[in-house]
Design a protein around this ligand. Structure first.
Ligand SMILES: NC(=O)c1ccc[n+]([C@@H]2O[C@H](COP(=O)([O-])OP(=O)(O)OC[C@H]3O[C@@H](n4cnc5c(N)ncnc54)[C@H](OP(=O)(O)O)[C@@H]3O)[C@@H](O)[C@H]2O)c1
Length: 330
């Protein structure tokens, strides 16, 4: 079977299509025929060696497909079942993947498997950010960056559904309609591409829109380019949620900066810690896939690539120009 492997740490060019043996699922695993694999920023961090990874590295965490073999000790899963996952033990950019049975999420009948593949990682991330890291409710003002992107577009919908006001950012005017379509008033969409110095101009935009109060929470997945603006955009005792580094990782921080900006809270969360138990993973996964299946969560699949186009898919997500989800179709 064909799988995408990063043969050494580096840029998208290190991704190669390799033929590998079709392994039998070990105890506790299922083998899944992959219908679609989700492309995520974490795949690029691992490929580049930013996150500790051993090489050669078979790439991809997320996907959806159909169970084709079941290992020993697996209960409650059968051949032919439709499942999705955010964590694959063999790499999801492949025709076939091995997935821990306890990491699988059942896909509702009414949900297309391609759409299901777009959701586990970005959808459960948006879910924990808006429901658990800083649980949003009516009266909250939440700033969400990259709102036309994968996590951003889903988090916007969840924040609005919780009754919060969303101030959203996009990197270019071309992305404004996609965010407006989610229900954010155009007056609350800030185009970062039109600002010359983000550290000064972005907080000014947020303070202008909140009567100089600042936001209750900023969800920052951009990182290096926006982090200081994030701190300056919060109200006293507000919460900075740094959940990624699409523009690069943030430099070490002097805690006095949190003091200077008004006794701020800072957290750097990751999905694994919000899906650590089977019960929590299942609850979040069911909520996200269920909402999409019921038509209450809009999933924007922005681009689809063939498996052997994985390098192009990585170039696309790293370019910052994409909207919605990027999928690989084996
Ligand atoms: N901690 C977790 O649990 C977790 C889980 C999933 C994802 N994440 C993080 O969430 C962030 C978003 O991930 P995603 O998969 O949903 O991607 P995405 O938002 O679809 O794409 C990233 C977006 O970031 C913006 N961006 C700003 N500066 C950029 C730059 N220099 N290079 C590239 N992009 C830039 C772009 O949007 P604009 O042009 O609109 O600004 C771009 O579209 C990433 O940092 C990722 O690592 C974290």
């Amino acid at each position: 079977m064909r799988a995408i492997t990063a043969v050494r740490p580096g840029g998208p060019e290190v991704l190669e299509v390799l033929e590998t043996e079709l392994a039998a699922p070990a105890a506790g695993q299922v083998r899944v025929k992959v219908v679609a694999a989700g492309v995520n920023f974490i795949d690029t961090y691992r490929r580049a060696g930013v996150y500790r990874t051993s090489f050669p590295h078979q790439v991809g965490l997320e996907g959806a497909g159909v169970v084709e073999a079941v290992g020993a000790d697996v209960t409650g899963l059968h051949v032919g079942q439709r499942v999705a996952w955010a964590s694959s033990e063999s790499g999801s950019y492949a025709e076939v993947a091995l997935v821990g049975a306890d990491k699988t999420l059942p896909v509702p009948d009414e949900l297309d498997l391609e759409v299901a593949a777009a959701l586990p990682l970005q959808g459960m991330t948006a879910d924990y950010l808006t429901h658990s890291t800083y649980p949003l409710g009516p009266g909250d003002v939440a700033v969400i960056y990259a709102a036309a992107g994968g996590v951003g577009g889903l988090a916007v919908q969840m924040a609005l559904a919780a009754g919060a006001r969303v101030i959203a950012t996009v990197g270019s005017a071309a992305k404004i309609p996609a965010v407006a379509a989610l229900g954010v008033p155009e007056a609350d969409i800030v185009n970062l591409g039109a600002l010359s110095d983000l550290t000064v101009a972005l907080p000014r935009e947020i303070l202008e829109r909140t009567g100089a109060r600042g936001a209750d929470v900023v969800y920052d997945g951009i990182g290096r380019a926006t982090f200081h603006a994030t701190l300056a955009s919060l109200r006293p005792r507000g919460t900075a949620v740094l959940f990624g580094g699409a523009s690069g990782q943030v430099e070490p921080l002097d805690p006095q900066e949190l003091n200077a900006h008004g006794s701020l809270y800072l957290t750097r969360p990751k999905l694994d810690d919000y899906t650590a138990s089977r019960a929590e993973l299942f609850e979040r996964g069911a909520r996200v896939l269920g909402a999409a299946g019921a038509g209450k969560l809009r999933v924007n699949v922005g681009q689809r690539f063939a498996l052997d186009q994985a390098a192009a898919a990585h170039r696309a997500i790293e370019s910052g120009t994409t909207q919605g989800k990027i999928l690989l179709l084996p």
